[in-house]
Design a protein around this ligand. Structure first.
Ligand SMILES: NC(=O)c1ccc[n+]([C@@H]2O[C@H](COP(=O)([O-])OP(=O)(O)OC[C@H]3O[C@@H](n4cnc5c(N)ncnc54)[C@H](OP(=O)(O)O)[C@@H]3O)[C@@H](O)[C@H]2O)c1
Length: 232
């Protein structure tokens, strides 16, 4: 195992999470990916280089509920040893009505997926990080956190709250022990699973995003004191 150690990628079976998983595996990390979906885990495994398979550990579980997170908290270190880092690639884009027309159902779901899941992962796994091994905690964010989007207001709101969560953690006791970062991804991420209209030439690719996040996770990351990072 390389210097990156064991990294939990919450949301690692999602589009962006998978890019991070590939990049971390390529650099020699041992990577643990929880997902609520067996089929997403199987699909992820099928896209990982056979040479890296033995360092990829897939766990069926739900980081987004109190019970699910507690079960993973007990199972993951017992099975895979101490965690050095966590990458939280949780929640997804949504757009629909303007805020005054958003249903409570949609609001509750986006709050749960894009904010509560982040809270549960942070609360569960930050205290578990191996404090002897330069621990790192990284959350991923999108453009809406800093830009009010009329037809995606719940995404802007949860994104801004997610950012404040990292800032609040950083000024707490845990911020003195764990290197914390938010990595903002300011364009759609183009992967080999891209569907729809052709992407703009300046949009970030999955390789660039994965590689940047792997750089951040690495112990020798050049900007350890910059909490809020943006992929150039
Ligand atoms: N895709 C893009 O183009 C893009 C661009 C800029 C920024 N980003 C950022 O990248 C991050 C991930 O986005 P994505 O596009 O990769 O989304 P995605 O493909 O939908 O993946 C999101 C992951 O989050 C997990 N998740 C969502 N709600 C959850 C819940 N309630 N409980 C537990 N797990 C939950 C899912 O886990 P399961 O496997 O358990 O379902 C899923 O794997 C977000 O922060 C987003 O803002 C994405």
């Amino acid at each position: 195992m390389g210097a990156l150690g064991t990294v939990l990628v919450a949301g690692g079976a999602g589009v962006v999470g998978e890019c991070v998983v590939h990049a971390l595996l390529a650099r020699g990390a041992r990577v643990v990916v929880p997902s609520r979906s067996e089929s997403r885990l199987t699909a992820l495994a099928g896209r990982v280089d056979p040479a890296d398979q033995e360092r990829l550990h897939l766990v069926l579980g739900d980081v987004g509920t109190e019970q699910g997170a507690a079960t993973l908290r007990d199972a993951v270190p017992a099975e895979h040893g101490p965690l050095r880092a966590v990458v939280a690639s949780l929640g997804a884009w949504w757009e629909g009505e303007q805020l005054v027309d958003v249903s409570s159902e949609t609001w509750d779901r986006i709050l749960r997926d894009n904010l509560t899941a982040h809270f549960l992962v942070a609360r569960t796994f930050l205290p578990l990080l191996d404090h002897t091994a330069a621990p790192v905690y990284v959350t991923l964010a999108g453009i809406a956190a800093d830009h009010p989007e009329p037809f995606a207001a719940p995404i802007s709101i949860t994104g801004a709250a997610q950012r404040m969560m990292v800032r609040a953690l950083a000024v707490g006791d845990i911020g003195a022990r764990v290197r914390l970062h938010e990595v903002a991804i300011m364009t759609p991420v183009v992967t080999d699973r891209w569907i729809g209209a052709p992407p703009e030439p300046d949009w970030l690719t999955g390789e660039v995003v994965g590689s940047y996040v792997a750089d951040v996770v690495a112990p020798e990351f050049a900007r350890p004191n910059e909490l809020l990072l943006e992929i150039p």
